[in-house]
Write a protein that binds this ligand. Structure first.
Ligand code: NI
Length: 434
């Protein structure tokens, strides 16, 4: 064989292998295109229903562990769809289940609670409850999960395992997730996913990240006890106002002098209460605030240091101090740290449904999220789902009285939840022994 024919054979082989590679690619994309289209179009058919569910929840916001009407609404819709569920978990929580009933079991989670905040957006479905508002999008999270319940139920013959849907109460500060876990919500589940609406990402896109996503956090309240008396005779009293002032300044030095600059820590004093009289040295001062740390270990370390610094400043100023970390009511939140494999799964499904250009790298935040409790038990991934849309005015941060939702996100979220769960089960048939 001469060199010319060798080259010719090589070219032919290259052509054949490229042709078969392209066939695999094109058939793969064809399957995926139709798969994405099937789920997205089914979700879009439910758009009016999703909007009406979300508006009903939005109009009657309920605070942590009081989500009775929201929970009843979800159960009514699940009953209509014929989806079995367990109730109550964590007082108002619901766990629905779709699929074979056997493993693998993948969990999807939504939170249901609102905030003690007066809505200042004037629109036809504004909160009807004075001083309460769904200002963090939990009404949307619940609706998207209900939307996924409907889609998954329609497609249950395709599920190669079980999808468990967690509707949890009390995400905002009171660790509803922890109660859900104690009540068995994660039993035998091997992975968990959740979304949070994200106004910085445009509607139609998502943002995901591997590793740390949101911060660990805790709150504290301190009582600085001195000896009250006439403000004209400080020498006869022990001034807790001055001791508190020193303590607050000293606490800020923890951040500037003791924390690793490569790992973010935030310590904010948000509350100080002393005397109301201008000529009286009060007998005590109450103050408190919140600590946020990019790592769970950092949070526990500086939580201890907060106590030490306040007590030492109290002693230096002849006061005594009592520091209450309020863990009974407000359990310290660990950091949300996304499992890399699950993050890659979210990314792949996002690219499949929304296109590669609509999957972004999420930015880390110092806000807390009780999804972290689930991740302490099983691997989990939480990602941001875009609601940013200047045309509808959904450009305000969560916890703002002007927070507004682009309802266009609802079918997208329902479709993403569905595909994430369905494809997770498909990909993880090997990961357990029956
Ligand atoms: Ni939230």
């Amino acid at each position: 064989m001469d060199s010319c024919s060798v080259a010719h054979v090589h070219q032919l082989l290259l052509f054949l292998s490229l042709a078969s590679f392209c066939a695999v690619l094109s058939s793969g994309y064809l399957i995926h295109d139709s798969y994405a289209e099937e789920i997205l179009s089914a979700a879009h058919q439910d758009k009016d229903w999703l909007i009406s569910v979300r508006r009903r929840i939005h109009e009657y916001p309920e605070l942590a562990f009081q989500e009775h009407n929201t929970s009843a609404l979800i159960r009514t819709e699940l009953d209509k769809l014929g989806i079995p569920y367990t109730y109550p978990l964590a007082r108002t929580g619901i766990v629905a289940q779709i699929g074979s009933g056997s493993r693998p079991i993948v969990a999807l989670r939504a939170d249901m609670d609102a905030l003690p905040l007066q809505e200042l957006v004037e629109w036809s479905h504004k909160s009807k409850i004075e001083g309460r508002m769904h200002a963090c999008g939990h009404d949307a999270h619940t609706t998207m999960l209900l939307g996924a319940a409907k889609l998954l139920n329609q497609r249950k013959h395709r599920l190669q395992g079980t999808v468990r849907l967690l509707f949890q109460p009390a995400e905002e500060g009171t660790a509803g997730a922890l109660q859900m876990i104690k009540d068995g919500a994660l039993k035998d589940a091997e992975a968990i996913f959740a979304v949070h609406v994200d106004y910085k990402t445009p509607t139609g896109a998502i943002a995901s990240i591997s590793g740390p996503f949101s911060a660990a956090g805790c709150i504290f309240v301190a009582k600085m006890i001195g000896k009250g008396g006439h403000a004209a005779e400080p020498n006869r009293n022990v001034d807790p106002v001055l001791a508190t002032s020193f303590a607050i300044l000293a606490l800020q030095q923890l951040v500037s002098r003791e924390s690793d600059p490569l790992y973010s820590i935030v310590l904010s004093i948000t509350y100080v209460k002393a005397s109301v009289a201008l000529n009286v040295i009060p007998s005590y001062v109450e103050f408190g605030g919140t600590l946020r740390s990019q790592t769970t270990e950092g949070m526990y370390h500086f939580r201890q240091r907060i106590k030490e610094v306040i007590e030492a400043q109290a002693a230096a100023h002849r006061c005594s101090a009592h520091v209450d970390m309020k863990e009974e009511t407000f359990a310290p939140y660990p950091a949300v740290v996304n499992d890399n494999k699950l993050h890659l799964h979210v990314k792949r499904v996002g690219q499949l449904l929304l296109g590669p250009e609509n999957v972004r790298e999420a930015k880390r935040v110092m806000a807390g999220e009780d999804f972290a409790f689930y991740q302490q038990v099983i691997p989990g991934a939480m990602f941001g789902i875009g609601i940013g849309n200047e045309e509808v005015g959904s450009v305000h941060s969560p916890h703002s009285p002007f927070f507004f939702l682009d309802e266009g996100v609802l079918p997208i979220g329902a479709a993403l939840h569905t595909a994430i769960a369905e494809l997770y089960l498909e990909d993880n048939q090997h990961s357990f022994v029956q």
